[in-house]
Ligand binder design. Sequence first.
Ligand code: C2E
Ligand code: CA
Ligand code: CA
Length: 662
Amino acid sequence: MSAILKSLGFEKHSPYVRDYFDNVNMRKSIYMSSIIIVLEVWMIIRMTRTIFREHLQSNFWHYFEKYYVNYIVLLTTGCIMLFCAIQFLRGKLKCRNVIVITKCVFMVICIVFGIKVSLNDYEKGEQILTFITMELFSLCLLTWRPYAAFLISGVSFLYLYFQMDQMVAVNTMVNIKKMVIANTTDTGVTEATKINFFFMWISTIMVCIANYNGIRIQALKAGNLQEINTYLSKLSVEDDLTGIHNMFYFRNEAEKLLNYVTTDKENIVFLFFDIENFKSYNEKYGFHAGNDLLIKIAHMIDDSFKGSLVSRFSDDHFVVLTSYEGSKNTIGQISGEIKKLQKEVHLELKCGAYKPVGDEADVSLACDRARFACNSIKKHYDRTFRMYDKTLEDRFQLKHYIVNNIDTAIENGYIQVYYQPIVLTENSEICGLEALARWQDPNYGLLSPGLFIEILEEYRQIHKLDQCIIESVCRDYRDSVDNNKPFVPVSLNFSRLDFELCDIVGFLCETVEKYKVPKEFIDIEVTESALTDQQEFLPSAIKRLREFGYKVWLDDFGSGYSSLNVLKDYQFDVLKIDMKFLSGFSSNEKTRPILENIVSLSKQLKMLSLTEGVETKEQFDFLASIGCNRAQGYLFSKPVPIEILREKIKKKELKVSDQYSN
Ligand code: C2E
Ligand code: CA
Ligand code: CA
């Protein structure tokens, strides 16, 4: 039912479909009005010529009223229609009412003209072709809603019909004969004319309906396509969660802005925002509340930097390109607003800023630098803002150097293993070594892990380094054994990302096999923070390692905040107590009972205890007295290359335990 009603024109058109109809109508009316203009000019010329040729000038007013008026009115409407249609299509005529009224007036004049001329023709015993032409012209070529076409054509057909009906029916011989015989002036159209009339009317409406529906379907199809296009183009520049712009838009617009000659480059700044502790908020209040908060913050930043480029970078990170002047104040305001939003989770806004120098136009690099400045103040609870400066530039360069050169460094042997001895507290003899990475770089000199581990983790390259260390340690074992030198078990540091980025357990097994290293000679250190990250594959990887016969140590125990849970949920062979416990050993009397309890706890949980960062004899003696099994620290040795370690052993500075060596 509704489909029928729709096809008869009883439906509300979307703005797009309505415009589509207007457009089609205006295009068609250009052809129609042009033809009408040409025809009417021709008719006027023809009429005038006839008047002059046949010397009918004295009757001019009669002709004027009967013909000229019609021609002139139609010609004028044709001109107006043509003008409006052209203006509309050129986009200069925006008012829809003007279009609709012009179209209606044009149609009415055409039909009235058709009726008038046809009645004249009919009077003369000729056919009503002008009416039919005008109906076709204005109702079928132009598009009308079917019910409107029904009404207009109905009225015009009926009017013409009744007018004709009252006239002398001169169009059939039968009638003429009848009239002659009866000597009367009989009126009324014949039966055949009635039927023809009716069919003509029906056909006109049919053509109108077909025309309307054809264009309606085209309009709907085009409308759908248009909607999809609008949606896609919106999607390509909008961040789908927050609704503010995305990075695609930001990069494009920022690039344009940096290249405009009119941009005041001295006064622009890239800002990078990060919401510290957002992760905890998500964990505490759930994903949906987290999303709501992000949307709120996104709009807060967007509104605060009106007229500037603002977009979501990723997760809880946003970038802004704005003028330097006044930006610090705005950042301060946003930071205050965000503090007001927090509930039990302490949310804090961090912002890094980068001012491009000279003609720099690399947007990604600028964002990267602003981000770097922002990251440099993470965990500094008193700082909200940091400008990218020379110190950061040096660190930034090093970071890029590390990420871009890790492969070359491994290939060229710049990654080296330093060993730090682990001793038994009972006799200070070496029972193990910790393998610690060093990067001996031709440009930067000796780089310590503090400078590259975190970066390699951030760029997900850490597994390359750890695989390299595994290989080097196994090679060192083979070399020692082949040359009859002592070797003790080595503990390797595994990053939690190793388990994600590669099959580190598989790689270890293969390498151990390749160099024929007994499994007792390899231990694995996993840091506590790795286990609090709620990853599913890590527990099974630890289990697998232990099943293969490797010992797994819990590194940095006590440095995180869920150590005890970790102890409850996993089984470890050695508990490595974080060196922070030893800091302030002589001044802080609480350290002793804490250490004592941890050592006793490890015994109860059937783990060996090891304390790292032992620097003084006093610390060592205390650890021995409370029954801590092992110790590691500068008191015995700093991490050193294997040759230096061998020398120390040779010089009897260090002694290897017979029980643990090969
Ligand atoms: P970690 O595993 O806790 O290693 C112990 C760190 O403490 C080492 O620093 C070591 O030099 C230092 N240290 C040892 N004894 C003392 C001491 O008595 N006093 C002081 N102040 N420090 C001491 P290093 O070699 O700079 O390593 C830093 C961190 O880098 C390591 O911490 C470890 O988490 C990571 N790391 C080192 N090598 C690797 C590796 O090959 N792979 C992975 N994934 N991480 C590594
Ligand atoms: Ca370690
Ligand atoms: Ca450690």
